[in-house]
Write a protein that binds this ligand. Structure first.
Ligand code: HH2
Length: 254
């Protein structure tokens, strides 16, 4: 799953693909690089991000969905029912909802649904995330929400542990270490670690550096975690760097 962020403020590529034509061209590049799905989003969910209003989000994503849906499977990354509906009308067939609240919309529209775990909301989620047992709690949340989605009629359900969404670096690593337990729930699993902050902090700590490497210098760390996730049984990885990730996926599959 290749990421197309039609946003001004995404953590790794904010502002680069805000223009409709530039976003479409980026999506086409990801298709050429081997993506199976492109995930189009118009509102950043990075820690501290400001909400985007509905009209602006629609203006950002709908033309990009329309332009790409004829060439590839399109997923809409949104927490807003109106945006999800408009994107599906424009050709999206998967709703990727980081708030885990749009199951009934996916059920009604007859499209696939990604249930992602997060603690808190983007504004505050990284301030002091706390769990007694992160793996047990995330697994229970995903099982519960998958059952709810199934009850509303969703037939294609994906589970995502929500790396970086209300989690410390240790929480992220625990979830990756025990990803097989989430895979054991019996639904396909998607994992997004690409360029995320905990990778930067891990690299800085191991190098004794004061500042993490910039987001566009986290490819190898991202590939390491994506490869790990696939080896633990993840069926899909959500990434910014499609070409390299496809190569890694092919080798893991072999
Ligand atoms: N991560 C981000 C956004 N959406 N969706 C799923 N299912 N899983 C994830 O891990 C995930 C996600 C954050 O990455 P990005 O879209 O690049 O950044 P931003 O939210 O700042 O736009």
């Amino acid at each position: 799953m290749g990421v197309v962020n039609v946003t001004a403020d995404s953590f790794s590529d904010g502002g680069r693909f805000l223009d409709t034509e530039v976003a479409i061209a980026h999506g086409r590049r990801l298709i050429a690089e081997g993506a199976d799905i492109v995930d189009i989003g118009g509102e950043s969910s990075r820690p501290g991000a400001d909400p985007v209003d509905e009209d602006e989000e629609l203006r950002r994503v709908v033309p990009v969905v329309e332009a790409l849906a004829g060439d590839i499977r399109v997923s809409i990354d949104t927490v807003k029912p109106v945006v999800a509906r408009a994107a599906v009308a424009a050709g999206a067939t998967l709703i990727n909802d980081v708030s885990a609240s749009l199951d009934a919309v996916a059920g009604e529209l007859g499209v696939g649904y990604v249930v992602m775990h997060r603690q808190g909301t983007p504004r505050t989620m990284q301030i002091d995330p706390h769990y007694d047992d992160v793996v047990v709690e995330v697994k229970a949340f995903l099982a519960d929400h998958a059952a709810r989605a199934a009850a509303t009629g969703v037939s294609e359900i994906w589970l995502d542990p929500g790396i970086g969404f209300g989690k410390s670096a240790d929480h992220n690593l625990s979830l990756l270490r025990h990803l097989d337990q989430i895979v054991d729930l019996g639904y396909p699993v998607v994992v997004g670690t690409s360029r995320k902050g905990f990778l930067g902090r891990l690299l800085a700590a191991s190098d004794g550096a004061e500042t993490p490497p910039p987001t566009d210098d986290r490819l190898e760390a991202s590939l390491a975690t994506s490869t790990w996730a696939m080896a633990q049984g993840a069926s899909m990885i959500r990434v910014h760097d499609v070409r390299a990730s496809v190569q890694a996926a092919k080798v893991v599959a072999a």
